[in-house]
Design a protein around this ligand. Structure first.
Ligand code: COA
Length: 375
């Protein structure tokens, strides 16, 4: 983006370097890299847990380190009775993102981090293990009054989540698609939720507060909530023709098309899109939903070449083809992005200065106070 374009956008801090980070490059050189590894290599060759380890410790694990890491995550799947009691009280019509945020905040109260943060790595592993259980426990309790067990043969976070949510052993393809999607969502530099986490961590707050603040920022449809919103958009059309007409109307009305555009990538496109699209096509390429998605993408390319699809657009259909409820798309994002948020919290803490920028004052001139009975 040019400086003048960035300046025009400064309302959203566009183009502003807000700090240093050694975790990720986004939109530089060959696109998206985590600790120097290209997203394409990670998404095609790694399991999500390998990437979570990379984000937590800065290096890819060896086979034995990965095995041990996965076992530690598995050991953290169960919910305490106190947390279950809190989840039981949340009604089924609550938004699952509020549920997730409440649960993380409750974990801070029930299993808080040490004041000196010396157990931060344990807490990160606790979050990786427990987040899928929180959602599936609440899902089965709120909807069917049933309490699930947390035992499973599935060793991966994605496989465990799918098994517990759908109540059956997930297909191998679904597990692989989940690994890819969780890897793509794991980290993305100074996006809104990560920056929120860093601001919170910079006050020397605890990790549960920083993660729950980040969840709040992720919920909105301009950020993580876009995968849910993209699904509603795609599903609102019953044919390709209807989709083309509907999208044209939305563009004429200057409505936002969810799942398109990106602050950093701009016209260059989001490198995650092709990777998740491949999975969406593999899982549901012959469905109307996929055909409608591709028709929308083609029309947008013609009408708005500066707004290519982002990672959320085809994540929506990929999740849908696995049988996942639309409202759970953004909570899945949390299960993944917790790894990136945590990496940033650790990095912020390692070289901390409170994040407290200034504003440009545009208000009234100083004036005299008038007693209430004289106003
Ligand atoms: N559909 C239609 N128009 C869009 C658009 C979209 N998805 N995204 C941006 N635009 C338009 C804006 O309305 C604006 O038009 P204008 O110049 O006539 O006012 C122009 O493109 C520039 O967009 P801007 O809002 O300045 O971009 P941004 O960098 O501030 O915002 C996003 C980036 C991602 C928030 C924005 O593209 C968006 O809202 N996308 C949809 C939500 C989404 O998919 N979010 C997930 C991001 S990973």
């Amino acid at each position: 983006m040019s400086l003048s374009e960035a300046k025009k956008k400064q309302g959203g801090l566009a183009g502003i370097i807000a700090g240093e980070s050694a975790i990720c490059t986004c939109g530089l050189g060959n696109g998206l890299n985590y600790y120097g590894y290209a997203i394409e290599d990670l998404a095609k060759n790694a399991e999500f847990e390998e990437v979570a380890y990379l984000l937590q410790f800065g290096e890819l694990p060896t086979l034995s380190q990965l095995k041990e890491y996965k076992q530690k995550i598995i050991a953290q799947r169960a919910l305490s009775e106190e947390l279950k009691a809190i989840l039981r009280a949340i009604p089924k019509n609550a938004h699952p993102m509020n549920l997730m945020q409440t649960a993380v905040s409750a974990l801070g109260a029930l299993e808080g981090e040490k004041e000196d943060f010396s157990n931060q790595d344990e807490k990160i592993i606790r979050l990786l293990g427990i987040l899928p259980s929180i959602l599936v426990f609440w899902h089965h309790y709120a909807n069917f009054g049933k309490e699930i067990s947390f035992n499973s043969k599935q060793e991966s976070i994605g496989g465990y989540f799918l098994e517990k949510l759908l109540g059956k052993e997930p297909k191998e393809d679904f597990i692989k698609a989940m690994h890819c999607s969780l890897i793509l969502y794991a980290e993305h530099e100074f996006n809104a939720s990560t920056f929120t986490a860093r601001v919170c961590a910079s006050t020397k707050s605890d990790i549960f507060s920083a993660i729950s603040a980040a969840i709040g920022a992720l919920r909105g449809p301009l950020h993580g909530g876009a995968n849910e919103a993209a699904m509603y958009l795609i599903q609102s059309f019953n044919s390709v023709e209807e989709a083309l007409k509907g999208v044209n109307e939305k563009l004429s009305n200057k409505e936002l098309l969810m799942g398109f555009g990106h602050r950093v990538y701009g016209a260059g496109g989001d490198p995650r899109n092709a990777l998740i699209k491949e999975w969406s096509k593999h899982l549901g390429g012959d469905t109307l939903l996929f055909k409608v998605s591709e028709a929308i993408e083609t029309l947008m390319k013609e009408k708005k070449p500066n707004l290519p699809p982002n990672a959320d657009f085809y994540s929506a259909s990929a999740y849908h083809f696995m049988g996942i409820k639309t409202e759970y798309f953004t909570p899945i994002f949390i299960m993944s992005r917790v790894s990136g948020w945590s990496a940033h919290i650790k990095e912020q803490r390692a070289n901390n200065k409170i994040i407290r920028p200034s504003s440009e004052y545009i208000g009234v001139e100083p004036r005299e106070f008038v007693e209430i009975d004289k106003r």
